[in-house]
Design a protein around this ligand. Structure first.
Ligand SMILES: Cc1ncc(COP(=O)(O)O)c(C=O)c1O
Length: 464
């Protein structure tokens, strides 16, 4: 690390942080006696904190974001060059990187054709919800306005997104929520024993059929859209089993329901082989939202893409002053986002990172399965590409989740060893028991070995 802080700088920064910064998702009481972690510098997959301690980051910036790794001068230069030429203009006008990134993005998403820019995953999902509602008003007298979301999925932090939130601990104490959002069951086969009537065989199809049951109970003419994560992230790293997605697509078509896929975590390479998670399953969404990995955190950018058919619904009567998408995103007009996103995508292509993610994802899955042979506390290993989870249980027969405090102890032990891993956190009540891994798409076998060895040592110390 060459940007090391001097002793004086360091204590000033720590004091300023402790006095004034309100960190996300953190209880601050402990900071009365300990210091927060302040990340000072990053390179590749490694970051250094205020004490100069090196960490291998197995969660891409904590929340699955820095897909191409830290310290990418190519992106920094592209952003710099763009900012000195034009930093901003509101989205009613176009920009050079906005047009070029839209073209490039759509070339990776056959079936999609339009890109709406904004600046966070939550905001992109809100836009999609607003489109569904506006379509309901324009075409169905407001009736087909309900939005289905899935148990254990998360779509963002705003009240609208929490209304579509399938993680009760995220939602607790923030209600009341917006009406017209309806929950459908999860598709986590490992926990099918907790779902009434779930079969041993063809669980995927059965799980999708539960969505149809909800639609029929609500009335198909009231349901406008179904919003799903391609691989549930914070709800436990859940990839739906075979048979699920074709049935989901069929159900959406049958009842004229828009399929909205939330690729905020999976989008832009995270699951390997394909650019987007849904592309593994051959589904054709009507709307796709994305954020984190779009520019790997080098600039804030989120996108909502739609098919041309959805886009057409907002321009079919140009004489009606209300008949277009009357939405505003001030920072959707920041040019740094698409400038960074263009370079981010070019890096993934130039360095073959979709392939690396496939290969390293398989390698890491194998390593985690081997770890499960050693530690009975690992009940399930799952995920896709470099987006993996290990669910911890007290007993493999009953699948009773381990106490959350012990999951946290594993994460803390890894941190002490200089390896940052994650765990499901304030998500599903009693089920915050999945270790999460999402290393950058540049991960090597050595990096993965180090991550798995740290987990091995931590599990040994915490569970014996
Ligand atoms: C699947 C998913 N959707 C949406 C969001 C919200 O994104 P943001 O935090 O950028 O608003 C997240 C954030 O973790 C997410 O995991």
């Amino acid at each position: 690390m060459d940007g090391a802080l001097t002793q004086n700088d360091r204590s000033h920064v720590v004091d300023a942080d402790k006095a004034h910064v309100w960190h996300h998702l953190v209880q601050h009481k402990p900071f009365e006696t300990t210091d927060p972690n302040i990340i000072v510098e990053g390179k590749g997959m490694r970051v250094w904190n205020q004490t100069g301690k090196e960490h291998l980051d197995a969660v891409s910036g904590g929340v699955w974001t820095v897909n191409v790794g830290y310290g990418r001068e190519r992106i920094a230069k592209a952003v710099y060059n763009q900012l000195i030429k034009l930093n901003y203009f509101a989205g009613a006008a176009g920009s050079v990187p906005g047009a070029l990134f839209a073209e490039k993005l759509i070339s990776k998403m056959p079936g999609q054709s339009r890109v709406y820019y904004c600046n966070s995953g939550s905001e992109a999902n809100e836009k999609a919800f607003k489109m569904v509602r506006q379509i309901a008003h324009k075409r169905y007298g407001g009736k087909k306005h309900k939005i289905l979301f899935r148990d254990r999925d998360y779509h963002g932090t705003t009240i609208g997104c929490l209304s579509a939130g399938g993680q009760d601990e995220r939602n607790a104490q923030y209600g009341p929520f917006a009406p017209g959002f309806v929950r459908v069951p999860h598709c986590l086969e490992y926990r099918r024993h907790e779902q009434d009537g779930a079969p041993q065989d063809n669980y995927g199809e059965w799980a999708a059929d539960q969505i149809e049951k909800v639609i029929l109970a609500e009335g198909p003419d009231t349901v406008g859209a179904l919003c799903l994560e391609p691989v549930t992230a914070g709800g436990g790293v859940i990839a739906a089993p075979d048979g699920y997605w074709p049935r989901v697509q069929e159900i959406c078509r049958k009842y004229d329901i828009l399929l909205h896929i939330d690729e905020v975590v999976c989008g832009v390479g995270r699951t390997g082989t394909h650019w987007f998670g849904y592309q593994h399953y051959g589904v054709q969404p009507d709307m796709v939202t994305m954020a984190k990995g779009v520019a790997s955190g080098y600039a804030a950018i989120a996108c909502l893409t739609t098919t041309e058919a959805v886009f057409d619904m907002f321009k079919d009567d140009a004489d009606d002053p209300m008949n277009y998408f009357r939405d505003i995103s001030t920072f959707g007009g920041c040019t740094a986002g698409p400038a960074a996103a263009l370079e981010n995508m070019a890096i993934i292509e130039d360095e073959g990172l979709l392939e690396n993610t496939l290969v390293m994802g398989e390698y890491m899955t194998g390593k985690l399965h081997a770890l499960a042979e050693k530690h009975a506390v690992i009940g399930d290993v799952r995920g896709k590409g470099l987006f993996l989870g290990a669910e911890l249980v007290t007993d493999r027969e009953t699948r009773e989740p381990v106490e959350e405090a012990r999951v946290k102890a594993v994460v803390a032990d890894c941190m002490k060893q200089g390896v940052i891993i994650g765990a499901t956190n304030r998500s599903v009540p009693g089920k915050n028991n999945t270790l999460c891994y999402s290393p950058a798409l540049i991960a090597t076998k050595d990096d993965i070995d180090q991550i798995v060895e740290a987990t091995d040592a931590a599990l040994g110390r915490v569970f014996g």
